[in-house]
Structures are given as structure tokens and as C-alpha cells.
Design a protein around this ligand. Structure first.
Ligand code: ADP
Length: 482
């Protein structure tokens, strides 16, 4: 299948290694909306991964010695090219990932915003001088780039999950090898093409595709790699952390969530419904910050459910390239099976189906937006991330009770609540065991804020000035004999 790209040369189907596109066609990438084959891409093995890390290691010293202003200018060029090509990039993204085109355009802008931010931040990596313990000496602290960074990224944000790691790393002088998800290699390769056009020197950014396990082995054992950045499932994150222990690498993890979305009886209900739709149904519910559990205080529960059902009735399922579609297909058949299992478990344990509940008439991996009520903590939806278009509504009575239920999970990425009581806003915000809390908003992601989780949801922060910390070492210099 050919995509109607303005610039067809953005459809890269080879890996980007040491400044060149390499590799033979091997694995298939399909359009989840149609099942059509989009392209074949390479399956590089462990030896090729090692050679790529070696190339990134060779590129490290010269890149880290470039003036911050020069690294900044190259990143800025990349940002400008990402924006200039946003429509082609979004078309590639929707074709391989399924999200509606408007959301894909939003993701490209969001992904590019990290490149813009860290192009600016590159010039502001300052060290410090500290009071000395000796009159004849001075203490200085340098902040230096750590070395080669490996990045492993998921399919749900094929562009943004890459730039959130790559842009800060490259800005401070690190070089990077990225392994994108096998479902969505084309967006990352198109971005690599634009990085090359932006003047990024060979070896600074590399993108390789292929079997995950052997590439992961190389990333976690190669001595040149100093940081492994991973966004994906908790199980794989734990595996990488164990593997990286052998060479004591930093491991920066962004893992699964189980976001609570709490509506108190003093909330603006219309705003809460709007927030719930955004937090639940963006990307068909396939984001790690998607509302997974909706808790509503008893007094407003029925009114909220009525309004939510009405808003969900306006969602439009279909091929994301068609106008007006708000819900594309799920990524794979396995994803649909998980959604079906969570619904079946809830219904078997006494939940009621208010809307949807089945595969969509369009077939494939399309699924009906689903609303469940009468949901309890005993159901699977309370414990596991559904990662699909299912809104399970739980009813609660007191603030204390809902905070306890919200925190009763091993995850701690994002949480949301709606309230207009200023005292409650601070109490609940401080008591929620989450890395990010959205108050009276269902959308919180921005390059300007630190994104990340606590507990088993992760150990790192991406975005804002904090986002460079993973990629910097502090070096203490003592200068004596003054
Ligand atoms: P999902 O189930 O959503 O695909 P994964 O955690 O399996 O989540 O995938 C996220 C990323 O991790 C993908 O790029 C995938 O290829 C990669 N991955 C999966 N297994 C491994 C592994 N054993 N080692 C390294 N990377 C892996």
C-alpha cells in the first residue's frame, strides 16, 4: 500500500545506523484499521545492535565536546523539520498505530515540543561551586553527559515516547540508540530521516528494529551504554532492570498505570464528564495515564453516569483517517481479548453494562466504547490496566474511603480528581500516591512538566528541566593549593 505523502522519501523502511539507512526487509508492519501491509522493515540481530552501540560510542566524545549552542541549533532544526512535516508524520503515525488523524497531529506537535524545549535547555546546563572545607581550596561540580543512552519505546505514542528521551539526552551531549516498538517502526524512522536532514552528525541518533530480547540484552550489557530508558509494560521494565544490574547502569523506567479518576459531589459535573472523556478515551484508552477506575461520590453518581453515557454516545468509531472519527481500532487482537476479559469478569461479578460491551460492527480490532456501573474493588478492572475503551464506574461515600481505594494498587503514575473545595483539593492531592495528579483536568501531559510515576509505575521523570537529569553525571572537582 502506498501512503499519500507530500514527501514520499519520509517513508523509510530501513534502520538508521551511524548516519546511514541499512538493513534488509524482514518483518511486516500493518495498518490496524484495515489489516493492510504498510511496509517491511529490518530485523537486526544482537551483533548488529552491538555494532550500532559501538557507533554511538564513537560519536559520543565529539558530540559531547560540541558547543551547547551548536547542539541546540541542530535540535532546533530538527524541531522545525518535524513541524514542517507534521502532516506526513501524522499520516504515517495513524496508518501504523490507528489513532484518529487529529490525535496523531496532536502527538507530532507534542513530540516536537520536547525537541524545541531541550534545544533551548541545552544552553542552560550549569554546574556549581560550593563552599569549601579548606581555605586554600575550592569545590566545583561539573554536570557532564553520561555516555551512550539506549531507549526502548512502546507503540501507543510512536513519536512522543522517543523525543521525550532522545531530545534531552542529545541536548546535553549524549548519543542514543533507539529501539521502537515492532508495531510502529515507521514513525520513528521518518523522524530519523528528518534528524539527518537537520544536520545531526552520524552516530548521534540511531534507530534499530528487530527482535526485542537480543537487542535488550545488548542494551543492558554493553559497557558503553550508561542509561537504559524504557517506556512500556511493568514486566519488561523489571526484566530490563534485572539485566542492567550486571553492569550497574542507570535504568529510567516509565511503566504501567492504573489511574483513578475521582468525582466528588462538589465537582462541576460537566467539566468532570469532559475530563473523563479526555482521560479515558484518548488513543482508545491506550495510554498509561488513561483513567482506569472512575470513582463517583454517591450523591452525584447517577447524574454523572447519565451525562457520561450521553457524551460517550457522541464518540465515533472508525478508520482514524476518516473525518470526524474519535475512536480508531485497538492495536492488536490481543488488546481486544484483554478488554473482553475485563468486561466479562466485571459482569460475572455483578457489574451492569450501560453502554457498548462488544466488538464493533466494523470488525477487526474496533471496539465499542463501554460503560460499566456497579463496579467494585473485587473486579479485575480495579487491579489491572485495561488499556482499552472501557469506563468502569465505582460509587463511594467518603473522601477517606476513596483515597484508600485509589491508593490500593501497586501502580502510581497518574491520578485525577474533580472538586471545587480548596481544602479537599490540597488534602487529596497530597494523599494520592501518584507521580502526577490532575485536578479539575483530564489532560495533564506537557513538555513543561515532569512526567513520571512512583511505586511500580516507574522511577524517572521526563519533561521540564528535570528531564535532563537522567543523562547527566555530577563530577566533583577539588582544586587545592590556591
Ligand atoms: P506492550 O505489551 O504494550 O507491547 P512491552 O513492554 O512488551 O509492552 O513493549 C514495549 C517495548 O519493549 C517494545 O519496544 C517492545 O519491543 C520492547 N520489549 C519487549 N520485550 C522486551 C525484552 N525482553 N527486552 C527488551 N525490550 C523488550
Amino acid at each position: 500500500m502506498t501512503l499519500a505523502l507530500r514527501d514520499p522519501s519520509l517513508l523509510r523502511t530501513q534502520c538508521y545506523v551511524d548516519g546511514a539507512f541499512v538493513g534488509e526487509p524482514a518483518d511486516v508492519v500493518r495498518n490496524p484499521a484495515t489489516g493492510e501491509e504498510l511496509a517491511l522493515f529490518p530485523a537486526l540481530d544482537g551483533a548488529a545492535a552491538k555494532a550500532t552501540v559501538d557507533a554511538a560510542a564513537r560519536a559520543f566524545k565529539p558530540w559531547s565536546r560540541r558547543l551547547a549552542k551548536e547542539r541546540s541549533a541542530i535540535l532546533r532544526n530538527w524541531f522545525d523539520l518535524l513541524i514542517a512535516n507534521r502532516e506526513d508524520l501524522a499520516l504515517i503515525l495513524t496508518s501504523e498505530q490507528g489513532k484518529p488523524l487529529a490525535e496523531a497531529l496532536g502527538e507530532i506537535d507534542y513530540a516536537a515540543s520536547y525537541v524545541e524545549f531541550y534545544a533551548e535547555e541545552a544552553k542552560r546546563i550549569a554546574g556549581e561551586t560550593l563552599p569549601s572545607h579548606r581555605a586554600d581550596g575550592r569545590i566545583m561540580v561539573l554536570r557532564q553527559p553520561t555516555g551512550v543512552v539506549a531507549a526502548i519505546t512502546p507503540w501507543n505514542f510512536p513519536a512522543a515516547m522517543i523525543t521525550r528521551k532522545v531530545a534531552p539526552a542529545i541536548a546535553v551531549g549524549c548519543t542514543v540508540v533507539v529501539k521502537p516498538a515492532p508495531e510502529t517502526p515507521l514513525t520513528s524512522l521518518a523522524m530519523a530521516e528528518l534528524a539527518q536532514r537537520a544536520g545531526m552528525p552520524a552516530g548521534v541518533l540511531n534507530v534499530i528494529t528487530g527482535p526485542a530480547a537480543p537487542i535488550g540484552e545488548v542494551f543492558t550489557s554493553h559497557p558503553a551504554i550508561r542509561v537504559v530508558g524504557f517506556t512500556g509494560s511493568t514486566a519488561v521494565g523489571k526484566l530490563l532492570m534485572r539485566q542492567a544490574a550486571g553492569t550497574v547502569k542507570k535504568v529510567a523506567l516509565e511503566l504501567g498505570g492504573n489511574a483513578p479518576f475521582i468525582v466528588f459531589d462538589d465537582a462541576d459535573l460537566d467539566a468532570a464528564v469532559e475530563g473523563a472523556i479526555a482521560a479515558k478515551f484518548r488513543n482508545m484508552g491506550q495510554t498509561c495515564v488513561c483513567a482506569n477506575r472512575i470513582y463517583v461520590q454517591r450523591g452525584v453518581a447517577e447524574a454523572f453516569v447519565e451525562k457520561l453515557a450521553a457524551a460517550m454516545g457522541k464518540l465515533k468509531v472508525g478508520n482514524g483517517l476518516e473525518a470526524g472519527i474519535t475512536q480508531g481500532p485497538l492495536i492488536t487482537g490481543r488488546a481486544v481479548e484483554k478488554v473482553e476479559a475485563h468486561i466479562a469478569d466485571a459482569l460475572a461479578k455483578g457489574a451492569q453494562l450501560r453502554l457498548g460491551g462488544r466488538r464493533h460492527a466494523l470488525g477487526g480490532t474496533f471496539f465499542e466504547p463501554t460503560l460499566l456501573t456497579g463496579v467494585t474493588q473485587a473486579m479485575t478492572v480495579a487491579r489491572e490496566e485495561t488499556f482499552g475503551p472501557v469506563a468502569p464506574v465505582f460509587v463511594f461515600d467518603t473522601e477517606e474511603e476513596v483515597v484508600a481505594m485509589a491508593n490500593d494498587t501497586e501502580f502510581g503514575l497518574a491520578g485525577y480528581f474533580f472538586s471545587r473545595d480548596i481544602g479537599r483539593i490540597f488534602r487529596v492531592a497530597e494523599d494520592l500516591e501518584y507521580g502526577m495528579v490532575g485536578i479539575n483536568s483530564g489532560l495533564i501531559s506537557t513538555e513543561l512538566a515532569p512526567f513520571g510515576g512512583v511505586k511500580e509505575s516507574g522511577n524517572s521523570r521526563e519533561g521540564s528541566h528535570h528531564g535532563v537529569e537522567e543523562f547527566l553525571e555530577k563530577k566533583y572537582l577539588f582544586v587545592g593549593g590556591l
